[in-house]
Design a protein. Structure first.
Length: 335
């Protein structure tokens, strides 16, 4: 298996999408484009794709945006990979809407595009989607938070992703639904904001930005008792702010990811619970579908749920969860 990395260019060149073909029957070429190269979730996804490509004798081209939300970087990476000979792109879209014209052009020129982890908007802009049921992930941590409150009124801070992103909206709205609060359904990309949400802000999934959001919320809504964070880096930022303010003992955090570091933070009491995803599985299934298309022309379709499970350090009645030991054993691996 050959692995090459593509970094987004500073300016985008007009590249022929399927020109310069280098693929042979013996060594199919598959592209993987993640939101960033540094987020541990996407590091694990890349690892899963590498493992699956190695097992099949395929070439994996790896690329990413410079940061979460870098649509231009992802466009450049798609064009570079297709010009180098990739027939399939596995994509975690940073901007669910803005990436669609590039995806459409790639598909019109014969490429297969599969979404991993984050769907496009509309979701059927890609040929298939392998990922977490993000609404369910939100529901799991919402139900847990409700049980932990044991009837006390919820005063919630939500640390979100970016406006209009399907993943961010589904987790946020699912969390509120799991809490038994007024919410939007899973098809909405708008955030529900019932009165129980006393403060909210966007972190773009970044720890430092999340810490700033939490610090600001502690000033405007000091009575907070629950924090929902879009992912574990954001949860870590929220915890840092709470610890700095001496509030880490009376406010609990729930989040989504289930990485090994995040599960360790649950064990340490920094997070109350996390909804565990399986990016290695997403990547494995994506590579398998890519190879099936290259070899037979068969395309995937619709949504394939790669699983989600609640991990908590303090189990509560009526909410099924994995123990910390079980979450550690599974962290970001196969379902």
């Amino acid at each position: 298996m050959r692995l090459r990395s593509f970094f987004p260019a500073a300016t985008l060149a007009a590249l022929p999408l399927l020109g310069c073909q280098t693929e042979s029957a013996e060594q199919p070429i598959i592209g993987l484009i993640t939101k960033t190269e540094t987020n541990p979730f996407f590091v694990k996804m890349k690892e899963g794709a590498e493992q699956a490509a190695t097992a099949s004798g395929a070439t994996l081209l790896a690329g990413a945006g410079r940061s979460d939300g870098d649509n231009a970087g992802q466009v450049a990476a798609i064009e570079n990979q297709l010009a180098t000979g990739a027939k399939v792109i596995l994509l975690t879209a940073s901007d669910a809407k803005a990436i669609v014209p590039t995806v459409k052009r790639a598909r019109e020129n014969g490429a297969l595009v599969i979404a991993l982890d984050s769907p496009t908007d509309p979701v059927d802009a890609t040929d298939g989607f392998f990922g977490t049921d993000n609404y369910k992930a939100g529901q799991l941590i919402g139900a847990y938070a409700k049980a932990r409150l044991a009837g006390a009124a919820a005063r919630i801070v939500t640390i979100d992703l970016i406006p209009g992103h399907p993943t961010g909206a589904q987790r946020h709205n699912g969390f509120l639904q799991g809490m038994g609060l007024a919410s939007n359904d899973r098809t909405s990309n708008e955030l529900a904001l019932p009165a129980d949400v006393v403060c909210h802000g966007d972190s773009v999934g970044d720890q430092a930005k999340a810490q700033t959001v939490m610090e600001n919320c502690l000033q405007s809504a000091p009575n907070v008792n629950v924090v929902y964070a879009i992912n574990e880096p954001s949860a870590a930022g929220a915890y840092n702010a709470l610890q700095k303010a001496g509030r880490e003992q009376d406010v609990f955090i729930v989040t989504v990811d289930g990485g090994c570091r995040g599960v360790a933070d649950v064990a340490a009491g920094k997070f109350a619970a996390t909804a565990q995803q399986y990016p290695l599985r997403m990547a494995e299934l994506g590579v398998q579908a890519a190879l099936e298309f290259i070899r037979s022309g068969k395309k995937p379709s619709g949504f394939t749920d790669t699983g989600v499970a609640l991990v908590s350090g303090q189990p509560v009645a009526g909410v099924q969860s994995l123990s910390v030991d079980e979450g550690t054993a599974r962290c970001w691996g196969t379902k």
